[in-house]
Design a binder for this molecule. Structure first.
Ligand code: SAM
Length: 274
């Protein structure tokens, strides 16, 4: 049998888990079961993959690094519940794996350089996803789980909490990885809401409002939203325009987004001068 040895690559964000205690704790938090459908992003050398397959659940893995493919194939290719997908998780169409609503369980010790765009990509498939468990940079988990009023509350917190319930499960120190990253890490659980608790008329308008509001987070809403909403519209949303964006909760941002929807023509509608 060929023995594949692999040198960790920085450009693929490769920090491989080697601490058996941490691996066990992550697997316990995920608690995969026979009959479920899991997707692991970035299986690497298989630190989590083995335990996930042992659960009996069906497992799709998505790995970008071509050099890891033979190693994964050799280690797990014989397992009947294993499927290897070589490619970029950022471009992967998760909907094609399981069209059943709320079926997929997505997990991964994510490459930190792509974790935020990957979460936004997954939110587009939130309807297919039952839950997600990720290892991320600790600061990112703190932003995901943040509450209004502090410096961590921002675009990532609001857009993820619009779609998901967020739980910061536990922290993991650099020593659990090889090579050790320079930052602390943490495990987060994201559970997509069956129905958003504060549904926006058009979630794309929520994205616009939140992006503009936090572009200059030190300024008042009256100033940062000038290009989108006038003072009257901000007031109609029941929001004090003199506040800074980090002082507003999700429900208030949704009210602002709905004001924007009410003032903008919908897709396909023509504006007229008459
Ligand atoms: N799961 C393994 C572990 O815990 O030891 C490896 C985790 S390592 C932090 C991240 C993994 O994601 C690497 O195997 C890397 O090659 C892979 N990766 C990086 N970018 C990716 C992408 N865009 N799509 C899929 N996998 C990617």
């Amino acid at each position: 049998m060929t023995d594949y040895t692999h040198r960790a690559r920085k450009r693929f964000g490769q920090n491989f888990l080697h601490d058996a205690g941490v691996i066990h704790r992550i697997l316990r938090a995920i608690h995969a079961r026979d009959g479920e459908h899991l997707v692991e992003i970035g299986p690497g050398q298989g630190a989590l993959t083995e335990g996930l397959l042992d659960s009996g659940a069906w497992l799709d893995v998505i790995e970008l690094d071509l050099d890891l493919i033979p190693l994964l194939q050799q280690r797990f290719g014989q397992r009947p519940n294993f499927r290897l997908n070589q490619g970029d998780a950022l471009k992967f169409d998760f909907a094609r794996l399981d069209p059943a609503p709320h079926g997929l369980r997505v997990v991964g010790n994510l490459p930190y350089n792509i974790s935020t765009p990957l979460i936004f990509h997954l939110l587009e498939h939130a309807g297919q996803i039952r839950d997600m468990h990720f290892m991320l940079q600790k600061e990112v988990v703190e932003r995901l789980a943040a509450q209004p009023g502090g410096g961590d509350w921002g675009r990532l917190s609001i857009m993820v909490q619009y779609h998901c319930q967020v739980e910061h499960l536990f922290n993991v120190g650099p020593g659990a990885f090889n090579p050790a990253p320079k930052v602390d890490s943490a495990i987060v659980r994201l559970v997509p809401h069956a129905q958003p608790p504060h549904p926006a008329k058009d979630p794309r308008q929520l994205e616009r409002i939140v992006r503009d509001a936090f572009n200059q987070r030190r300024k008042t809403l009256r100033n940062t939203l000038k290009g989108l909403l006038d003072a009257e519209a901000i007031e109609a949303a029941g929001v004090d325009g003199g506040l800074r964006p980090e002082q507003l909760d999700l429900a208030a941002f949704v009210r602002l987004a709905d004001q924007l929807s009410a003032r903008q023509p919908r897709d396909g509608e023509q504006t007229s001068d008459r």
